[in-house]
Design a protein around this ligand. Structure first.
Ligand code: FMN
Length: 456
């Protein structure tokens, strides 16, 4: 069988993910393997038609296409995203159609399920037969048990392809909103007061609805609003994954990204992020924006901001995209609202945009950020443990930040609870005591709130 690996690491061969591929390859040397560094070589692939054609020919000849990639900001890196965009832009879907696909990632399991949902949906759109994913923690390969698991995954994958098993498409084709948005003439305006508003867009003229929505929302604010197009920011390329920023938050790029982030976004109270759906995510320009913010490591660089996601396209048919944006905001300590053009008429969209503008200002004035959900609570624990442990040497700036902000909140550090447990747990071995404690559990659970309610 011929296995074509689409390497989604910007680091090319010197990639953690490629060690996993190398391992499977070593175990199954009888198959023919071809590894294409499509993320690392994206610039060349964009410009060089011979290179592009050779990649497409390889894919066409594959029995299995293995999407192998590191997680970058809950999905794949911007360079890989761009490769996927090129496939659709250049109508190369037929080279993929009918071929079996699977995905393999390495990460620290921070939203790995979203990345695989994305690749699954893309594979479905390409007419591929997607057989599932393998999501490894980046150091798993060092463990005997995990190596065996990986071998089993590969063996079952190869058997499934040899047996030509049928595969059901899980993601329906996207249906784009029918509306051609022409905003109404009735325009509500809201005073921005002391709040700084930035509208960030990647508009390139390809989505008239996005441009019209942005125009409408801009007029909703009375007061200065800065409008920035990502294409006008001097961003030389996607994150390279070199992790040199981990020491002191200094990025190896010397382009305009860090200045733009620090001087335009950090001072803002409200950031509207305007984009349109490209395949099953936003554009690779938006992905590049997210990826490059990695110079801040695993710290919430935009904490406390009100975020308005204004999206043209079928967002509600792409649950993993909504989840990725929601989880990004939650992990960053922001408050996210969404408006899309999936509406019945222009009047409805006018009203939704008016409301979003009003609520962004109200929330900013009130300083309201909702309580974290599982996305940020779970995410924090993953980061906390990794930065305290194995990732500390690489991410020393994060370690300092977490120490200064009391973010190493391990249960072991909670001395009061430890003392409470140390005394009470042995006592519950006494049947009479235990009976009383457990019989009254409902009251014990509400008891601590008594004083708060009295004082309220
Ligand atoms: C910019 C950037 C973003 C990342 N985002 C995530 C993420 O969202 N979730 C996660 O679990 N790991 C994330 N990681 C960690 C990588 O996925 C992980 O280190 C991976 O094993 C790197 O593989 P590679 O060497 O093949 O590129 C990120 C790393 C970088 C550099």
């Amino acid at each position: 069988m011929k296995i074509v690996v689409l390497n989604g690491s910007p680091k090319g061969d010197i990639s953690v993910t490629m060690q996993y591929v190398a391992y499977i390859r070593k175990k199954y040397p009888d198959h023919s393997w071809e590894i294409l560094n499509v993320a690392q070589d994206i610039r060349k692939i964009e410009k060089d038609t011979v290179a592009w054609k050779s990649i497409v020919d390889s894919i066409r000849s594959a029995d299995i296409v293995l999407w192998a990639f590191p997680l970058y900001y809950l999905v794949v890196c911007s360079q890989y995203k761009r490769f996927i965009e090129l496939v659709f832009e250049r109508n190369a879907q037929d080279a993929f159609a009918g071929t079996y696909a699977a995905s393999l990632s390495t990460s620290i399991h921070f939203f790995d399920q979203i990345a695989h949902a994305y690749i699954h949906a893309v594979s479905d759109d390409l007419g591929m037969k997607y057989l599932g994913f393998y999501s490894a923690e980046m150091r798993d390969l060092l463990k005997e048990e995990e190596r065996k698991r990986l071998e089993k995954f590969a063996a079952l994958l190869f058997t499934a392809v040899q047996e030509k098993i049928p595969v059901q498409r899980e993601n329906d084709p996207l249906v784009w909103p029918a509306l051609s948005y022409v905003p109404g003439t009735q325009q509500k305006t809201y005073k921005t007061g002391t709040k700084k508003v930035v509208i960030l867009t990647d508009s390139d003229g390809s989505s008239p609805n996005l441009a019209a929505m942005t125009d409408r929302l801009l007029k909703n604010f009375s007061g200065p609003v800065e409008m920035i197009n990502l294409h006008d920011v001097n961003i030389k390329g996607g994150c390279l994954g070199c992790c040199q920023c981990g020491y002191d938050n200094t990025c190896v790029y010397t382009d305009g990204y860090v200045d733009f982030y620090k001087n335009k976004l950090v001072p803002a109270d409200i950031i509207i992020m305007a984009g349109s759906v490209h395949d099953r995510y936003l554009s690779s320009a938006w992905k590049q924006f997210f990826d490059r913010s990695f110079f801040k490591g695993h710290t919430p660089g935009l904490k406390g901001k009100q975020i308005g996601f204004m999206i043209a396209g079928p967002l509600h048919q792409i649950p993993h995209l909504k989840e990725a944006l929601t989880a990004w905001a939650d992990n960053g300590g922001c408050h996210a609202q969404f408006v899309t053009d999936e509406v019945s008429d222009a009047g409805e969209l006018d009203a939704l945009l008016d409301t979003m503008a009003a609520r962004l200002i109200q929330n900013a004035e009130a300083g309201y950020i909702p309580p974290h959900t599982f996305y940020a609570i779970g995410g924090h624990k993953i980061f906390r443990d990794s930065i305290y442990g194995g990732m500390r040497i690489a991410f020393q700036a994060d370690y300092r930040y977490y120490t200064e902000h009391g973010m190493f909140d391990f249960p072991q550090a909670d001395l009061k609870t430890r003392l409470f447990n140390a005394i009470l747990i042995p006592l519950t071995r006494i049947p009479g005591f235990r009976k009383k404690v457990f019989a009254d559990m409902k009251h014990h659970m509400i008891e601590p709130f008594g004083s708060v309610l009295e004082d309220a």
